[in-house]
Design a protein around this ligand. Structure first.
Ligand SMILES: O=P(O)(O)OC[C@H]1O[C@H](OP(=O)(O)O)[C@H](O)[C@@H]1O
Ligand SMILES: Nc1ncnc2[nH]cnc12
Length: 503
């Protein structure tokens, strides 16, 4: 059936194609059916919406589609029912626990990128990976399929360094310090990050408080060739474009299946042309990897996958048993990262982790002798050179390089929980802190989150503040308080932990 395009000023986060009731009836199309829109140059897919916002003979195309493909008002197109993509069969095969072939993985990824697979099918794929996993062959095929369905960056500086955390630990603003330290040492580090997946703030959400993070590949190339670094959101680029659609499902379910995480991280590194990659694996209670043996096995997988892709990968198993630093949530984290980089001093966990990781990268990149990387990284941080580099990054990305921590707006609806008893902090529950910060509105409400007034091992007296929730609205604050009361985010114990008698 032929139809004329009408551009609709609607944004839904999905590819939707509006069609009139009359046309839908004639074409036997139903709400949510897959529809194929063909022009001489391209074919796109979307979900049917039946609406009288468009007249018979017209189809309505939303802004989400226009961001990826150009259509003009009145353009003539052909529309056909999209049917059921073949790749749905392969998703079911993985649901049944079977190994997928290379061509089957490629078909799934191509159909995700072409928007032939809808959210429910993508979620089923992600869930099948969480339950049944992938072996190393499947992971490598998935990685190259994800990279090759998008663009690749070719930066005219070598070597290209990169760092990525598998995430999961609250308050992980570490890479906002690592990247400027490494670039200030003369190395090139084009860092892409995702937004939050399981946490309350991904690195891209935090950086966005300081500067725009959505840039084109050409802009990134220009920035990195000029100053040696960037801190951008990978999802804004057509780099491994399937990744952001699978991340959307992961975020909703708050899961990050191991095989998909490996492919998702490494496909972006491959597409960025990264040659030396450091992977941070936070390990501890309440994060993605709880046991050191599992962290070692994941480290081996990253290294093996890197070999298959022609990249040199090292991994750092880091302490993830409690949040990094004292703040959780985009603006609060940006503030803490900025304070630390300006003064060269900050929470021990943040400074230790950032200089430790940066030190490994300096050694990998050949600008620090073996065993000296961390010391040199700390000198770069304390000398103010890392801050100068961060200012360059902020300026090149379009932010205000002179922004000060006090300029960053924080949610003004607050509630502080205090210690009900005196004793020692024996546990901060990562999952509970993330849940509270998310309930307060993070990461979407940038000013929302949690400030921790204490860390594990510290002594407190009854009535001392333990943590403060910040929110941008009273409703969100109330929701966060309810969550906090339901859980035990911070445990206080005396020196006698348990009394057991009469066994
Ligand atoms: O903690 P969750 O939300 O699960 O994981 C997502 C975060 O982990 C990675 O961190 P980085 O960019 O290497 O600093 C991602 O890019 C993202 O920022
Ligand atoms: N699945 C994922 N994709 C991109 N970055 C990540 N960081 C942690 N998990 C990730």
């Amino acid at each position: 059936m032929k139809a004329k395009v009408r551009i609709l000023d609607i944004e839904t986060g999905r590819f939707l194609v509006f069609i009139s009731e009359e046309d839908a009836k004639n074409a036997k199309l139903h709400p949510e059916d897959l529809i194929k829109v063909e022009t001489a140059k391209r074919t796109i897919y979307g979900d049917v919406v039946i609406s009288n916002m468009v007249k018979p003979g017209e189809i309505g195309v939303t802004k989400d589609i226009l961001r990826a493909y150009s259509f003009s008002d009145g353009e003539l197109v052909n529309i056909v029912p999209g049917g059921t993509p073949e790749s749905v069969r392969y998703i079911k095969k993985k649901m049944n626990g079977q190994k997928l072939k290379k061509v089957e993985i490629e078909a799934i990824i191509k159909d995700i990128v072409d928007r032939k697979l809808r959210d429910v099918e993508i979620s089923s794929f992600v869930t099948s990976l969480e339950i049944n996993g992938l072996d190393m062959d499947e992971i490598a095929w998935l990685t190259t399929a994800m990279a090759e369905t998008g663009d690749m960056l070719d930066i005219d500086r070598k070597p290209i360094m990169d760092v990525h955390s598998i995430g999961g630990v609250p308050g992980n603003k570490t890479n906002i310090l690592v990247v400027p330290i490494v670039a200030a040492a003369g190395l090139t580090i084009p860092k892409t990050s995702s937004r939050a997946i399981t946490s309350a703030a991904g690195t891209a959400d935090v950086v966005e408080v300081l500067a725009p993070v959505t840039h084109s590949l050409d802009e990134i190339k220009r920035i990195v060739e000029k100053i040696g670094a960037c801190l951008v959101w990978g999802g804004a680029l057509n780099l491994a474009p399937a990744d952001d659609l699978t991340i959307k499902a992961e975020r909703t379910l708050s899961i990050d299946p191991r095989g998909l995480m490996l492919a998702s991280i490494m496909s972006k590194k491959y597409a960025m042309g990264s040659q030396y990659v450091l992977i941070d694996i936070p390990t501890g209670e309440g994060v993605k990897v709880e046991k050191i043996e599992d962290a070692r096995s994941l480290a081996k997988d990253f290294i093996e996958l890197g070999k298959r892709l022609g990249q040199y990968v090292e991994t750092a198993i880091t302490y993830g048993g409690q949040p990094i630093g004292h703040t959780i949530g985009p603006a609060l984290e940006a503030k803490e990262a900025l304070e630390t980089i300006i003064t060269g001093k900050g929470p021990g966990s943040l400074v230790e982790k950032a200089t430790g990781l940066a030190g490994i990268l300096l050694e990998m990149g050949g600008v620090a002798p073996a065993g000296m990387g961390k010391k040199i990284a700390r000198e770069i941080l304390e000398s103010g050179k890392a801050y100068e580099k961060l200012k360059e990054i902020i300026a090149e990305q379009g932010g205000d390089p002179n922004v000060k921590p006090g300029d960053i707006p924080i949610g003004d609806k607050t509630y502080t929980f205090v210690a009900q008893t005196s004793g020692y902090i024996t546990r901060i529950d990562n999952r509970a802190i993330t849940t509270i910060a998310r309930a307060a509105g993070a990461p979407e409400d940038k000013g929302s989150g949690v400030i921790l007034h204490v860390k594990v091992g510290e002594k407190v007296k009854e009535g001392d503040p333990l943590f403060t929730i910040h929110a941008e609205s009273e409703t969100r604050l109330d929701q966060a308080i309810i969550q906090a009361r339901r859980m035990e985010p911070i445990r206080i114990e005396g020196m006698v932990l348990q009394r057991i008698g009469n066994l």
